[in-house]
Design a protein around this ligand. Structure first.
Ligand code: GRF
Length: 193
């Protein structure tokens, strides 16, 4: 059976990673089908983006537990979702929940490290490289095993905005690839990591 993928977006996010995953599934680059695009808020901009991409199951609801049901969904991709998933949901999907973070974890991750905070911390560190990480989700922020990391340079004169834009381009490549690898690894029955 084709893997059924749910994408969980934030309430305010653009939905650009969600769109990258949807397009990769629609083109056949990622095996599977989009079962659901979900956001905790009905007016989330990402939901409109999903509708425009032709996704019929687009739901704005705080009630994640009902919708993330293993009878209907096999994989969950967090894309701009800022909260921790309830442990009851994670237990239903062991090693089937992925997240993307806009830095090279384990650096610049954890609670409070999101959006411009991440890129400001990278600039303050003086690191020459930054990037993104797609990882399995656990009950703690940004701590699961990484699946794919892509890096890019920090350039002279960079601001949090220019860095965020460079990293975002990488994110759109990394997330579909990581999802494909995770599905293939799962299919092959490998323990992973
Ligand atoms: C991305 O930078 C992602 O790394 C982080 O939240 C942002 C979501 O952006 N988790 P978008 O909504 O996918 O455009």
């Amino acid at each position: 059976m084709r893997p059924r993928i749910a994408i969980l977006t934030g309430s305010k996010g653009r939905g650009s990673n969600m769109a990258a995953i949807v397009r990769a599934v629609q083109s056949g680059a990622v095996p599977g089908e989009i079962a659901l695009v979900l956001s905790p808020k009905a007016d989330a901009p990402a939901l409109e983006v999903a509708r425009n991409l032709g996704i019929s199951q687009v739901i704005g609801s705080e009630d994640l537990e009902t919708h993330l049901d293993p009878g209907r969904v096999d994989w969950i991709c967090l894309a701009g979702f800022m909260r921790l998933l309830p442990p009851t949901v994670l237990q239903r999907f062991p090693r089937r929940v992925l997240n993307i973070h806009p830095a090279l974890l384990p650096k610049f991750g954890g609670k409070g490290m999101y959006g411009h905070h991440v890129h400001e911390a990278v600039l303050a560190s003086g690191d020459a490289l930054t990037g993104c990480t797609v990882h399995y989700v656990t009950e703690r922020y940004d701590e699961g095993d990484p699946i794919v990391q892509f890096s890019c340079p920090v350039m002279p004169g960079d601001t949090a905005e220019t860095l965020a834009a460079r990293v975002l381009e990488l994110e759109h490549l990394a997330y579909p690839l990581a999802l494909r690898y995770a599905i293939e690894r799962d299919h092959a029955g490998r323990p992973g990591s």
